[in-house]
Design a protein around this ligand. Structure first.
Ligand code: SF4
Length: 370
């Protein structure tokens, strides 16, 4: 039996880690700059492509390192141009990544975990249970794969991906270090060079991790709020029982207070018929958010098989928006994109070998109910 040492995957290493890696090989640190550009700006996955490095160094790298991204098992484009990739991360598991083109902009929705442990009641991902955190290579690998789909893979102004939102499968703050490494690569000029205002982390409110985040980065922050009071939010976002709304909003204010420039939080509110869609909910929300500089994104609920919730009528959603606009907020309604390929918000499922057995419980509940 041969003892094959596992190779180091360079795909998920931000600049500082790559420099330390070259240090450990006894090589010059500037090699990190070259390798970053080859991987992330030219899509290289083979050291032999790196022609500005000597053959001897390339051989040395091949012996100890690799550049390995996720395998694409499905690549679908919706009628409206939304593109969804299902990417396999290991034998049983896959995650979904979605690119939403919109004029000059292209927003990539990236997953941070295989499944999710938080089980928000309106979210399809939550119903699939949880398997594990993605590595930094698997997170940035989603950006790398999506970017590679648009050749030529050269830096330039016509970028197909202008914005990244950590809003796919999983709660990013429960995979803190790997998400931070991957976001650093998204913003790194030698990699994707996306501005910090265009990299957004969306959280359901892991309050202690929000404070840690403020110490290491200044990306944009979106809060998955979905309810104007604790009683309702406890039902929609079970994490609220641990970190109620007052604590969540205080942590959000602390995050933005630390930034050198004025920026606004994004508040996400999934509008669900008969649950949180009434004008009084909108009025309550307007009062709740009065001290927080923010814009509000209303997301009409996207149905999925395990849920009894329904999408509200457009009239009800507009009425809700109107109350907020009249109270002085910028409130927009997110257009549903990609629902014909199940790529809309809250519909991402991937394939999860559920270690929490939650998915089995849902299947049992459904069988009893039908
Ligand atoms: S909404 Fe986000 S945090 Fe909640 S279950 Fe879905 S993926 Fe997890």
């Amino acid at each position: 039996m041969t003892d094959v040492a596992e190779k180091t995957n360079l795909l998920g290493m931000p600049k500082a880690k790559l420099e330390a890696f070259f240090d450990s090989l006894g090589e010059k640190r500037f090699r990190a700059t070259q390798v970053l550009q080859w991987i992330h700006q030219r899509g290289a996955d083979d050291f032999d492509q790196m022609t500005n490095m000597s053959k001897a160094l390339r051989e040395k790298l091949k012996a100890v390192a690799e550049i390995r991204g996720p395998d694409v098992v499905l690549d679908e484009t919706s009628k409206d141009g939304t593109r969804k990739w299902v990417m396999r991360m290991d034998n049983g598991n896959s995650v979904e990544t979605v690119l939403i083109p919109d004029g000059e902009r292209g927003t990539l929705c990236v997953s941070s975990q295989i499944g999710c442990s938080l089980d928000c009641t309106f979210c399809s991902t939550g119903k699939r249970g949880f398997n594990r955190n993605l590595t930094a290579a698997e997170i940035i690998g989603q950006v790398w794969v999506a970017r590679k789909a648009f050749m030529p893979f050269e830096p330039g102004p016509d970028r197909p991906i202008t914005n990244v939102v950590m809003m796919g499968m999983g709660e990013p703050l429960l995979n803190f270090d790997n998400v931070v490494d991957a976001m650093n690569l998204m913003m790194e000029d030698l990699a994707y060079g996306i501005s910090k205002r265009r990299v957004t982390l969306s959280t359901s409110g892991v309050v202690p991790a929000m404070d840690r985040l403020a110490e290491v980065t200044d990306v944009s922050l979106a809060i998955s709020l979905h309810a104007p009071n604790d009683e309702l939010r406890n039902k929609l976002v079970p994490l609220n029982k641990k970190y109620p709304i007052a604590e969540l909003l205080a942590a959000t204010r602390r995050y933005f207070d630390r930034l050198p420039e004025k920026r606004k939080a994004t508040i996400e509110y999934t509008v669900i018929e008969g649950m949180n869609d009434q004008p009084e909910h909108a009025r309550e929300l307007a009062v709740l958010l009065k001290d927080l500089p923010c814009k509000i994104n209303l997301i009409p609920f996207n149905p999925f098989p395990e849920s009894d919730f329904r999408r509200p009528s457009m009239n009800a959603t507009r009425r809700f928006q109107d109350v907020l606009n009249k109270a002085g907020y910028v409130a927009t309604i997110r257009t549903t994109r990609g629902d014909d390929i199940d790529a809309a918000c809250g519909q991402l499922v991937g394939r999860v070998e559920d270690r929490t057995k939650r998915s089995q419980r849902y299947i049992q509940v459904q069988q009893v109910a039908t």
